[in-house]
Ligand binder design. Structure first.
Ligand SMILES: [Zn+2]
Length: 145
């Protein structure tokens, strides 16, 4: 990623969000050389994969949706975008070379990675996955994990 002003390659990511059409990630970057701030639109390397959802429903793998769900788990956690990107990277490493996977497996990969980096994000993600209904569900989950 080059700074459009000085062509330095060292930049810092200030903010990261999924575009409204879900097709790319919009990043606000700051050049570490000249301080110029600019936006980039980035795409992840396309992974062609069929995801089997609940009740046998098939869907094409959508990395933006997955990335967005992970971003949401980190909401207000003050975690570097680099760490979140790395979580995404580690998950996608496991998806490469696969043709078909269940959504359950993907969620398990996400939880595995979140557990390594942030407990709150991990529990948030698990709460959606396990469909927690009340505080007791959280307590039970935390005890078991
Ligand atoms: Zn620059």
């Amino acid at each position: 990623m080059y700074c459009p002003v000085c062509w330095n390659t060292e930049t810092k990511v200030l903010d990261s969000r999924v575009t409204e059409d879900w097709k790319s990630i919009k990043r606000r970057r700051e050049c570490l050389n000249c301080g110029n701030r600019f936006n980039t639109f980035e795409k992840y390397e396309k992974i062609s994969l069929i995801v089997e959802k609940n009740l046998g429903k098939m869907e094409e793998y959508n990395e933006e949706k997955l990335y967005w769900s992970i971003l949401k788990a980190f909401n207000k956690r003050n975690i570097s975008i680099k760490i979140i990107d790395n979580v995404m990277f580690q998950i996608e490493q496991k998806l490469l070379n696969k043709r078909k996977i269940t959504s359950r497996d993907i969620w398990a990969y996400v939880l595995e990675e979140l557990k390594k980096v942030d407990e709150v994000a991990y529990i948030r993600y698990a709460s959606v996955y396990h469909n927690f209904q009340n505080a007791q569900d959280y307590v039970d989950f935390i005890k078991k994990n």
